[in-house]
Design a protein around this ligand. Structure first.
Ligand SMILES: NC(=O)c1ccc[n+]([C@@H]2O[C@H](COP(=O)([O-])OP(=O)(O)OC[C@H]3O[C@@H](n4cnc5c(N)ncnc54)[C@H](O)[C@@H]3O)[C@@H](O)[C@H]2O)c1
Length: 277
């Protein structure tokens, strides 16, 4: 509590990676930051860097693929004050993670964040989940999308659309599409609490994750795409933080259950201009 006896405003950021840190800095001024990551080293390092630069920040070791761990994070955040925004950036990708890990973290972990934070969402709370441009490339049936959007988190891994996945890149695409459609489906429950949730779908953003992807087999393809689509560069974590600030703030009060693509035109190029064959 501040001296005014008003509860402090709390911002929760999952993932203390490239985007998570930039988002914490953009949203954390004058508020209490609660950062969550499953890497103790990364968490300690980012919390220390934030404190050194004047932020009030606390780290909570969290594995988003474990529901009870997310519940504990929500409890800690709630004790800190009034949760005004949650930005979920914790995630893994094909260059460094197995297919199973991608499904557990990116698919099921995001479902946990949506479910658990719904229980502590109040009037004005905004949740932003970072999905990916990759989600825009999924070609799932309407039935599969509906199942991914609405199945209980614990059933997600047994859905047909998930059991048939054979490699990490497909797992990532399906998980990120699932993030987009789960946010759509959850808008009703969040609206009933006066709260909102959306996804941001970044294109290639210069973070440790993108660096690892660039080193991997698909890396060359990724670099070629940012040039072919005309933008000629990667995005910065700060550009994702600006989009998150918009979706977390009062100027987007009528925006919920939708996706904001922040990709410099990459998905549009793939859909309409990528040479075929
Ligand atoms: N960088 C890109 O080009 C790009 C593009 C599209 C989407 N994304 C998405 O953006 C989000 C943020 O990625 P980033 O680029 O900041 O990556 P990053 O690797 O810099 O950060 C991700 C962080 O999440 C943490 N994390 C991973 N699994 C976790 C778990 N189970 N529980 C808690 N923390 C966990 C990692 O330790 C890491 O600190 C991810 O969801 C990613 O899929 C990234």
């Amino acid at each position: 509590m501040s001296h005014m006896e008003e509860p402090d405003e709390v911002v929760v950021v999952t993932g203390a990676g490239g985007m998570g840190e930039a988002i914490a800095r953009r949203l954390g001024n004058g508020r209490r930051l609660v950062l969550a990551d499953y890497s103790r080293d990364r968490l300690d390092q980012v919390v220390a860097a934030l404190r050194e630069t004047g932020y009030s920040a606390k780290g909570v070791l969290t594995d988003v693929s474990d529901r009870s761990s997310v519940e504990e994070l929500a409890r800690v955040a709630r004790r800190e004050g009034r949760i005004v925004s949650i930005v979920h950036t914790a995630g893994v990708s094909a260059a460094t993670a197995t297919t199973e890990a991608i499904l557990k973290v990116d698919l099921v972990g995001t479902a946990h964040v949506i479910d658990v934070f719904e229980t502590v969402a109040a009037r004005g709370t905004s949740l932003v989940c970072v999905a990916s441009m990759a989600g825009h490339h999924a070609s799932l049936s309407t039935e599969d999308e509906h199942a991914l959007a609405t199945a209980p988190a614990e059933d997600l891994l047994s859905l047909d659309a998930v059991k048939s996945i054979g490699d990490g890149i497909s797992a990532y695409i399906v998980a990120k599409r699932a993030n987009q459609v789960r946010v759509q489906a959850a808008a009703l429950a969040w609206n009933r609490r006066g709260a909102r949730l959306n996804t941001i779908s970044p294109g290639v953003i210069a973070t440790p994750m993108a660096a690892a992807e660039a080193e991997a087999a698909t890396g060359e393809h990724m670099t070629a795409m940012v040039h072919a689509c005309g933008i000629g560069r990667s995005g910065t974590p700060g550009e994702i933080a600006e989009a998150a600030a918009f979706l977390a703030g009062p100027d987007s009060r009528y925006i919920t259950g939708t996706d904001l693509l922040v990709d410099g035109g990459q998905a549009a190029w793939i859909r309409h201009h990528r040479p075929t064959g």
